[in-house]
Design a protein around this ligand. Structure first.
Ligand code: IMP
Ligand code: MG
Length: 175
């Protein structure tokens, strides 16, 4: 399958992804029990993941959508430009950051700094995908969908220069 100039091949199919997200939703529900918490979904990439999570969570959750940008082409620029859309006061709230993927760890690390400065009650991190071999900054990740190799992937919300987010399966760059 081609997106822009690159060729991708099938990697994770929709059914596997959805089954895993159900398991994560259960883990999340178990963690918070009846405690209210706020999901901070990092757009654009996390839109599919968070929508699927929502279908499997209970009434003690609120949703906020924020965006940051750190990626150009297939390499992390390592620079967080801005965090947009954070409007709710987070003080004394339980916060769950929901990311599509953690690669170098830069984005989530910057986000954690900003969020912690608002003195929330707790902060946890959930990511659909995690590339352990790409990580440059140590971060604690509480919920991980899939640990994957250090290869570029698209689909299920993830893009290659803004294309491929609509794909129901996840594809990996052909090497
Ligand atoms: P990090 O700051 O390097 O951890 O990168 C985080 C962001 O880079 C993610 O939220 C994605 O938007 C993007 N990203 C990292 N790896 C990939 C990938 O393999 N495919 C698509 N986007 C990616
Ligand atoms: Mg992203």
């Amino acid at each position: 399958m081609k997106i822009h100039d690159l060729t991708f091949e099938p990697f994770l199919i929709e059914e596997e992804i959805k089954n895993r997200i159900k398991e994560i939703a259960l883990e999340i529900a178990k963690t918070y029990q009846n405690e209210p918490f706020i999901i901070l979904a990092v757009l654009n990439g996390a839109f599919r993941f968070v929508a699927e999570l929502a279908q499997n969570l209970d009434k003690n959750v609120e949703f906020e959508f924020i965006r940051v940008k750190s990626y150009e082409n297939t390499h992390s620029s390592g620079e967080i430009k801005e965090i947009l859309g954070l409007q709710t006061a987070l003080k004394d709230k339980n916060i769950l950051i929901v990311e599509d993927i953690i690669d170098t760890g830069n984005t989530v690390c910057e986000l954690l700094k900003t969020i912690k400065s608002q003195e929330p009650k707790s902060v946890k991190v959930a990511t659909l995908l995690f590339k352990p071999f790409a990580l440059q900054i140590p971060v604690m990740i509480d919920f991980i969908g899939f640990e994957i190799e250090n290869k570029f992937v698209v689909g299920y919300g993830l893009d290659y220069n803004e294309r491929g987010r609509e794909l129901n399966d996840i594809y990996v760059l052909k090497s």
